[in-house]
Write a protein that binds this ligand. Structure first.
Ligand code: FPP
Length: 226
């Protein structure tokens, strides 16, 4: 397998938790809860599939406009997830990374995340979780840092993105049949392959990820050349 055919960095827009819950006549919160279980299974299998970095869109800057109860359910799931899965990350050599304006979250979550980042900092495979993330905000921020240091060029902007230390994005997956990027990794997606599936996020399994990777391996990436 050539390096071009092997996805090192995969990002996922995890969509469809609400529709999954509705379809199963369950409260929305249950959809998100099952969504976390899907995350857990994927994180366990991603390293074995040769993925060096898995980036997940967990909470966008726009998600604050959801009802307070749902925002609070999502934040509580995040607390529980970090608490319960941190020992497994450490044991499995997973490095946690948070992208987005996460310092603006509740102080106890910030503290928990800081601790988790520190404890997993030596891990070799990265799980990057986007929290309070918006790509336009990220690009504007990177451009203003680039301007302070001199020239604004594609290279200086890229060097100031949250993802500067990650491999280039190879594959971006969105579940639940929606075909848009929703302010996620707009810069990084410039040459990424896209994969859209109708599967709702709680039903997305490592087998679905593997078939997206197999599909990726069959594509020819030309980066604007021919
Ligand atoms: C989209 O479903 C999903 C979200 C807005 C949140 C994604 C969060 C999780 C899977 C859980 C937390 C993540 C981690 C990493 C612990 P939706 O509610 O927009 O679904 P709908 O479009 O069907 O209503």
């Amino acid at each position: 397998m050539t390096s071009d055919k092997h996805a090192r960095h995969v990002a996922i827009i995890m969509d469809g938790n609400g529709r999954w819950a509705k379809r199963h006549h369950l409260p929305r919160a249950m959809g998100h809860q099952r969504g976390v279980e899907a995350v857990r299974k994927l994180v366990r299998s991603a390293g074995g599939m040769g993925i060096e970095c898995l980036t997940l869109y967990a909470f966008s800057s726009e998600n604050w406009s959801r009802p307070d109860e749902e925002v609070s359910d999502l934040m509580n799931l995040m607390r529980k997830f970090i608490k319960s899965d941190l020992p497994e990350f450490i044991a499995n050599d997973v490095r946690l990374k948070i992208i987005g304006d996460w310092q603006g979250l509740a102080p106890d979550i910030v503290e928990m995340l800081e601790d988790a980042l520190e404890q997993t900092s030596k891990g070799s495979n990265t799980l990057a979780v986007a929290l309070n993330y918006g790509a336009q905000q990220e690009i504007a921020h990177a451009a203003s840092l680039a301007a302070q240091s001199g020239a604004i060029t594609p290279e200086t902007i890229a060097a100031n993105l949250y993802t500067a230390d990650l491999p280039p994005l190879d594959l971006l997956i969105r579940t639940s049949g929606e075909v848009r990027l929703s302010n996620f990794l707009l810069w990084q997606a410039a040459y990424a392959e896209m994969s859209f599936t109708d599967v709702l996020w709680p039903d997305f399994t490592p087998d679905h990820l593997q078939s997206a990777l197999d599909d990726f391996a069959r594509r020819e990436r030309r980066y604007g050349g021919r």
